[in-house]
Design a protein around this ligand. Structure first.
Ligand code: HEC
Length: 243
């Protein structure tokens, strides 16, 4: 009976949790703030420079992004548009899906709503967990997404790290920590901050209406505060006669 119960509990745990546990890497928390415009702008810049060559964000238009992030159309055209001609175009990718499949074995998925599918914490940790795979020279692996087909496109910033393994009591080999082999242009704190910006941007991309909703929320709260004053006065008025 006990083991059936245990199986039932195990079935409730998402497999991704088990997978990350097995690789020994704990997901670190990340503070997301889609109202931090400067962070979103930095994230957008990283995204178009490092991700848009393989991944599309095909449900977002450049000018909508510019508007939401407070960047003028001219600035978008000059600084953020490499794969499109017009600012009203969707953020598609120039690489044909067929070629991408041939090169990587699996085509890079569209990233518009990836933050909803994976969650910000997963993405933040994924982008920090690439390491040189010693079994396959010249290739990358990832502790959060084992055997991933994506290369570490940010290694110039983060540097190249290798995984140091340890063997657990039950015989499984897990990653104990990472060791920096060749530093990149950023130190750890700078890289973590950059990846946070990128994750922040992907969260925005997954739900641009969040910005509108948060602003609306402030108005609703302000309304409730004012409304409360009147309700309170009214209550006092009614109870005056009862007492
Ligand atoms: C050289 C091409 C290439 C570039 C550039 C690239 N990726 Fe990828 N990415 C891939 C491929 C291929 C996959 C599919 C991996 C797989 O399924 O094994 C992938 C997968 C992913 C996933 C996981 C999707 C899932 O299945 O849940 C995320 C998240 C992601 N990429 C984010 C990014 C971000 C952010 C950037 C920019 C910093 C980026 N990628 C740049 C090729 C690329």
């Amino acid at each position: 009976m006990k083991s059936v119960f245990l199986l039932f509990i195990l079935a409730l745990i998402p497999t991704s949790v088990l997978a990350t546990e097995a690789s020994g890497i704990k997901l670190e928390p990340v503070q997301i703030d889609v109202n931090d415009r400067a962070s979103l702008q930095r994230g957008a810049r990283l995204f178009v420079n490092y991700c848009l060559s393989c991944h599309s964000a095909a449900y977002m238009r450049y000018n909508r992004m510019g508007q939401d992030l407070g960047i003028s159309n001219e600035m978008v055209e000059q600084n953020l548009m490499f794969a499109a001609d017009k600012v009203g175009e969707l953020m598609t990718v120039s690489m044909p899906a067929k070629d991408a499949k041939k090169w990587f074995g699996t085509p890079p998925p569209d990233l518009t709503v990836i933050s909803r599918a994976r969650g910000p914490q997963w993405i933040y940790n994924y982008l920090r967990s690439f390491y040189r795979e010693e079994k396959w020279p010249g290739r990358w692996n990832n502790a959060v997404f084992p055997n991933v087909a994506m290369p570490h496109v940010l290694y110039g910033l983060q540097g190249t790290q290798r995984a140091v393994f340890e063997t657990r009591e039950d015989g499984t080999k897990v990653i104990a920590k990472f060791e920096m082999q060749q530093p990149g242009t950023m130190d750890k704190a700078e890289y973590d901050a950059a990846v946070r910006d990128l994750t922040n941007f992907l969260v925005y991309l997954g739900e641009p209406a969040k910005l509108v909703r948060y602003h609306l929320g402030l108005y609703v709260l302000a309304f409730l505060v004012i409304f409360f004053v009147f309700v309170y006065l009214l209550k006092k008025e009614y109870w005056k006669d009862v007492h």
